[in-house]
Every structure is written in structure tokens, then in C-alpha cells.
Design a protein around this ligand. Sequence first.
Ligand code: PBG
Length: 324
Amino acid sequence: MYPITRGRRLRLNSTLRKMISETVVGINDLVYPLFVIYGKNVKNEIKSMPGCFQESVDEVVKTAKEVYTLGIPAIILFGIPEKKDEMATGAYAQNGIIQRAIKEIKNAVPQLYIITDVCLCEYMSHGHCGIVKGAEVLNDESLELLQKEAISHVEAGADMVAPSDMMDGRVRAIREVLDNEGFSRIPIMSYAAKYASAFYGPFREAAESTPGFGDRKSYQMDPANRREALKEVLMDIQEGADIVMVKPALSYLDIISDVRANVTVPVAAYNVSGEYSMVHAAYKLGWIDYDRIMFEILTSIKRAGADIILTYFAKDAAKLLNTL
Ligand code: PBG
């Protein structure tokens, strides 16, 4: 009790503050998302996500090199195919956009760890994450397509797959097919607690994956639900998920913390597009200190319990961490 105890004693100088810091964000915690688009010499800045681009394979290879040079260990790839259809054939085409990107990146920077987002929405003409019949997004029928997609990514050289579709049973289905095809060594990071969130808005511009009708509420979770996140996470672990993800991150720190407290596998959090865009918008208006806000955000996600953070801030954060 005061005056015997004084909280400020341990905040007296920066050396001491660093010595007792409970949370450290490191470059090794970060995963950088990249958007690959068809074409050549294409580098389209995403309007609502300054510093992020849709890039053709040749350009994405350059960015991958830069990412690796900065010390960021891993990337996650999203693809924008030339043609979309009702069976998402671009998602598992042998020479599809992601498959080509994986091969080229592996060629140029073999040590960079490649995670692929396994989902159908970017490849579907209607923009939903599964096969659509009438107004319904079919579950079991979609699993086969997700299996084909996962296998084709891994055959192209992906190091890890990350299913983000929220169909029931997809982790089990993907684990099964990977094991049967001789890829038992490949881990699955499931988007386990993925909410139907308005924070994905800018991403949908980036990935051109806005649903053509309706919304994703029949498969992604209701933001009002907390217990349900644990149910989803435990289901995915039972089905073979090696890492479980919570998404989005900032409005869901309670979920990250719950998951951390209840599972033994590593926990990832996706600091999503809208979270990034809001910081940039406020920074542009001169209202906030970009670097400090960025680190405060990343620190809060780590403090809540995430081991891995997927973030569009990865390059900016790495640049600053490298100068510390
Ligand atoms: C694909 C997918 C989405 C995101 C990651 N994978 C969009 C969505 O579910 O609509 C969002 C990422 C972000 O907003 O940064 N299903």
C-alpha cells in the first residue's frame, strides 16, 4: 500500500521499463498478406489500404524478396483469378494464379514460409465461400472443392494451408486429403473463430470478393457471440487444426484471450483490412501517430494471447523493429 508501494518506481527510466515489459512484439510473430492478380507488371495500389497492392506474379516475387530481407518469416497469399465461375475452378487449377505465385516465390526465395488462404470466394462468380444453390451456400458439397484447392496449393509448394471459408468439417476434410496424398507434414492453420465482420470491407476491394447477393452470416460467426468461439476452436482442433486463428483481432481481443486460456495449440490473430485502413485514414488526417498506434495495436493483440499476427503492418513494423 502507498507510500510503501509506489507503482511509478518501476517506470522511472526506459531501461527498467524494457526489463519488466510483459509483452514483446517480434518480427518472427508476423505474417504479411499478399494479393496476387493475373497479368504482368501489374501493381495496383488498393485505395483503402495504402501501401498494399494487387500484384502480378512477377511483382509479387519482388515483394516477397523484400519481405524476406526485412526478416519477416512468412507470407499468406490471396489470389484474384482472371475468370470466376460457379465452381471456383480457378482455386484449384494446376496453373492457377496462386499455384504459379507459389512456384515463382519458392524459386526466388526458398526460405520464405508460404501460407495459403484456402477459400472459394475469390474464385466464385457470386463471391460466396461455398457452392451456391438458390439462396443457400451448401456445406458438404463445398468441402470437396476446398480439398482440391488445398492439395493443389501444397503440390505447388505451399508450406501451410489456412482454410478461411467457415464451412463445417473443412479442417477434417483437408487433413484427410493431405494425409492421403502424402502431405502429413503440412500443418493446417484454421480460421477457427471467424466473425461476419464489417472490418473486411477493404479486403473485399483488394480481393474482389464481395458477395454478389446476401452476406456471409450463415457461415461466419455472429459478433455478439463469445462462447461459440470456443466451440468452433475446439471443433477445429479435434479435426486436426495445428494452429487456430481468431479474426478480426482488435474488436475481438476477449476472444483471443479466451482461446489462449483454453487451448494448448498456438493461437493466431488476423489484424484485418478495416483495422489497417482506419489507422491510415486517421493518419492521413493528421490525427494520430502512425508508428505508435501500429505498435500499440500489435502489442495489444500479442498481450491478449496471440502467438502469430497476420497483419498488413508487417513491413512497417519490421522496418522499425530492425532499427531498434
Ligand atoms: C476469405 C477471406 C476474407 C478475409 C480473409 N480471407 C474475407 C471475407 O471473409 O469476406 C479478410 C481479410 C481482411 O479483411 O483483411 N474468405
